[in-house]
Design a binder for this molecule. Structure first.
Ligand code: PGA
Length: 215
């Protein structure tokens, strides 16, 4: 089983999201092989959920969650609000670490909240210096230079870094950073890499499908 996480980031409005799904849902997804997780911006979660409700092997993820619990935190989206809505949540993306000063301590809080509400974290690290909470199951290794640059890190190097990470036992290891249809097969050939976190190449449904439909 390989996981393909589509991280739309702060892209798409409602009409664009529906159009993406209308196309993507016409493609066959191999049930033995691929699991897709779509991570749209928060306001699009519900309409995407409605569209994929009868689709096999397609799940919903949030791109973030609040480090606060339920309560008076205007503008925040709590784990409780997301529970029952999403199966997964991206935590610790380098864009949040950089633009919103998210640190290890805060990310640990988010991880605990997600787990408490039965949302599976997809925990992102930039390198071996980022702390990995040991309760997470999915780790996405995303070297900064490779994100959005078109300059993916070759599989050999990715596996070298994987050796240095303090991965929890029985975790799934994902690669992210300019993964696309042209370079996906080299990673997918490795049993050590369980899938991708895909940004740019997930914005177009056919590009994304070609990234996952390599066989
Ligand atoms: P990218 O983004 O595929 O555009 O490099 C990946 C990510 O930031 O999750």
């Amino acid at each position: 089983m390989k996981y393909f996480i589509a991280n739309w980031k702060a892209n798409k409005n409602l009409a664009e999201a529906i159009k993406w799904l209308d196309t993507f849902l016409t493609f066959p997804i191999s049930s033995d092989y691929s699991k897709v997780v779509i991570c749209p911006p928060h306001p699009l979660l519900y309409p995407v959920k409605e569209k994929i409700k009868n689709a096999k092997n397609i799940y919903l993820g949030a791109q973030d969650l609040s480090s606060f619990g339920e309560g008076s935190y205007t503008g925040e989206v709590s784990a409780k609000t997301l529970s029952g809505m999403v199966d997964y949540v991206i935590i610790g993306h380098s864009e949040r670490r950089k633009n919103f000063n998210e640190n290890d301590e805060l990310l640990l809080k988010k991880t605990h909240l997600a787990k408490q509400f039965r949302i599976e974290p997809i925990f992102c690290v930039r390198d071996e210096n980022d702390k990995i909470p040991q309760e997470v199951q999915f780790i996405a290794y995303e070297p900064i230079f490779a994100i959005g640059s078109g300059d993916n890190q070759p599989v050999q190097k990715v596996l070298e870094v994987k050796q240095k990470l303090q991965l929890p036992k029985q975790s799934f290891f994902l690669y992210g950073g300019s993964a696309n249809k042209n370079n996906a097969s080299s990673y997918l050939a490795s049993p050590e890499i369980n899938g991708f976190l895909v940004g740019t190449a997930s914005l177009d449904p056919l590009e994304f499908y070609r990234t996952l439909a390599q066989e």
